[in-house]
Ligand binder design. Sequence first.
Ligand code: 5RP
Length: 257
Amino acid sequence: MDWGMKNRISRIIKPKTGKTVMLAVDHGYFLGPTTGLEEPRDVIKQLVPFADSLMLTRGLLRTVVDPANDTPIVLRVSGANSIIGDDLSNEAITVSVEDAIRLNVSAVALSIYVGGKYEHQTLKNLATIISECEGYGIPVLAVTAVGKEMARDAKYLSLACRIAAELGAHIVKTYYCEDFEKVVKSCPVPVVIAGGKKISEKDALELAFNAIRDGASGVDMGRNIFQSKDPVGMIKAVRSIVHEKVTAEKAFETLKI
Ligand code: 5RP
């Protein structure tokens, strides 16, 4: 792995702890004005100081993030689908690597739908973007999106994560599940977890704690942070779990809810 690639990865996964708290605010790419992100500028502004990286789309980056911000950017480069469309797995590559470089991103992110109707297309998208990004030392985060028909269990998620890593993804984002340590052990690159749909703050912190305990390299969390009654408190609480091994109970006590 070349110096640029290693440097960009270390901007995301902090060398001091080997962990990361990524803030995901890319939901609008297929969900439109998601609850909590209807007017994203202020939400992002108040949360970004506590995020190790910000995951979002090109459109949001250019319109709501101050270019003077020095938080590493993980740019979503797949999409062209919507929640009301034919099939969510019908994604394309939406941003050129040249534009990602122009936007000075630290990594790009792309979804794959293993077992989905357009599985092959999304895996080809991943392989293509990795081959292009390798030439510029830009890491690729593969998001293992799970279609409604798929079970979010260790067997399925291990399959999806391993395929992403075998195609060359540098980081894989997936969901926490029972026997999660099997998913991490069979994936040769760092695994981070999504938070998923909004659950109680207590449960979300427990999810983060369990994922780290079971080998995750961090979280790439969205709704359970920006839809919380105390979003700033929530991201700080997640940070304390991820980087300082604070228990979920102790982290929960710090929230103002
Ligand atoms: C959608 C994504 C989202 O960024 C993701 O699911 C993370 O956000 P949340 O914690 O809200 O699930 O990649 O495919």
